[in-house]
Design a protein around this ligand. Structure first.
Ligand code: SF4
Length: 440
């Protein structure tokens, strides 16, 4: 039997990319086995993100670092995939003469044949986007797959064209997978011992809309019936958050009480310029309704500061929205112009210093809000699914509540993958600490 080659993947960006990398491992296994050490690899792939300029620049510096390795190891294949690859295409091969292979988020499924070409010494670029693209069902279990948590793609691409976002250009238009394909993958995951499933897509709430098939709430119910212990999803667009979907948080027991609902700005004027298609009031109205139905729900969000023409008044509206909504956590970024997008061509781009000052103010305010939100859990006993050793302190383990709060705790046993009860004793702005409850 020919020994397997080794593959090392470096993933940038969002969970969609993390998941795509896992699919690449599945596609190429067992011909290629995963390795954590790039020096041991026969194939190195960079799965890239172009959502922000910073992320894109990182790709070039990382590719440069492998140039030397490539000179030492003649058979090594170096490939670039993901959103930067889709955006740049052939230009990447021209700019980086030591790169062998360029592929996009759709053409990653052609990797076995693309690699055969690259192994023959050809430099290959395949980045077409097809509307009739079908996301394949992959159930191969690879050695590096998470044994009890699984991400499952339910749709790919986006039709929303938010004015700052490059995703519709690099991931193409929205395509939803047939429900039977998704359920087959969920059932196989449950059979393999997976406890927590996260359904992924750029805009999961519009699942099936275009195809005129089942909607997202119906999909959630069907997935719940497959026997998963915990169910999550991301990302949601506020305009597509329906009453039916909000009710799922009450009616589907395994659906965790956490919703990531990107708001992007607290100013209706800026939201309009962003082409988000909801107002500040509509967004807040949905948050109130959700909390009415499910008071324990934890909310997180994304924010962009310094969108072109954002005034001090617009910024103050964002701060007041944060105070009103009281998110558990937020992910905030400086606006950076992206290729192809309409916002990149808008006048009144803001200076970096102003954007950074506003970002700092938001981060400081949110720290205080997060800490207070977490303090509400003090003294309560919560259900935690244990992820593994804590990244903060190797003498502790860490897991997540159904509300997606990180909880660190001491234990002499390895409880990875177990669902346990923890009583919360300390609250910080990014995490909680607690004591393990011994089952009686
Ligand atoms: S909804 Fe807007 S921000 Fe999200 S992927 Fe689509 S275009 Fe980008």
């Amino acid at each position: 039997m020919t020994p397997s080659k080794r593959i090392h993947i470096i993933t940038f960006g969002c969970q969609m990319n993390e998941h795509d990398s896992q699919r690449i491992f599945q596609l190429l296994y067992p011909a290629y086995e995963p390795t954590d050490n790039p020096a041991d690899a026969d194939l190195i792939l960079l799965n890239t993100c172009s959502i922000r300029e910073k992320a894109e620049n990182k790709v070039y510096s990382m590719a440069g670092r492998f140039r030397k390795l490539k000179e030492q190891k003649k058979d090594l294949i170096l490939g670039i995939g993901g959103c930067v690859a889709q955006q740049e295409g052939e230009r990447l091969l021209q700019k980086l003469p030591y790169v062998d292979l360029v592929f996009g988020p759709q053409t990653l499924y052609n990797l076995p044949s693309l690699l055969q070409e690259a192994e023959k010494g050809h430099r290959v670029c395949r980045t077409e986007l097809r509307q009739d693209f079908h996301i394949p069902t992959l159930t191969t279990h690879t050695p590096n797959a998470h044994p009890f948590q699984r991400f499952i793609t339910i749709m790919q691409g986006c039709d929303n064209f938010c004015s700052y976002c490059v995703v519709p250009y690099v991931r193409g238009r929205e395509i939803s997978r047939p429900m039977e394909d998704i359920l087959a993958e969920v059932k196989e995951a449950v059979r393999q011992g997976v406890k927590e499933v996260t359904l992924l897509g750029q805009n999961v709430n519009s699942y099936g809309k275009k195809e005129g098939r089942s909607n997202f709430a119906q999909l959630l119910r069907a997935v719940a019936d497959c026997g998963v212990e915990r169910l999550r999803f991301m990302t949601s667009h506020p305009k597509d958050l329906t009453e039916e979907l909000m009710r799922c948080f009450v009616e589907i027991h395994c659906l965790c009480e956490h919703l990531h609902l990107p708001v992007q700005s607290g100013s209706t004027r800026i939201l309009k310029a962003m082409n988000r298609r909801y107002t500040r009031e509509e967004y807040i109205g949905k948050v109130h309704r959700l909390r009415e139905l499910c008071p324990e729900i934890s909310l997180t969000t994304d924010l962009i500061v310094g969108f072109p023409s954002e005034t001090e008044e617009d910024f103050q509206e964002t701060l007041s929205l944060l105070q009103e909504v009281q998110y558990e956590q937020l992910f905030v970024f400086n606006y950076s112009p992206r290729p192809f997008t309409t916002a990149a061509r808008l006048p009144h781009q803001l200076p970096l210093e102003l954007k950074t000052a506003r970002l700092t103010q938001i981060v400081e305010m949110q720290h205080e809000i997060s800490r207070k939100r977490h303090e509400r859990l003090l003294g309560k006993t919560v259900e935690v699914l244990v992820d593994g050793v804590s990244s903060k302190d190797i003498s502790e383990m860490a897991g997540r509540t159904r509300g997606n709060h990180v909880v660190n705790f001491k234990t002499a046993d390895d409880l990875t993958g177990q669902t346990i009860n923890i009583t919360i004793t300390e609250a910080f702005c990014h995490s909680l600490r607690g004591e393990l409850q011994i089952k009686g």
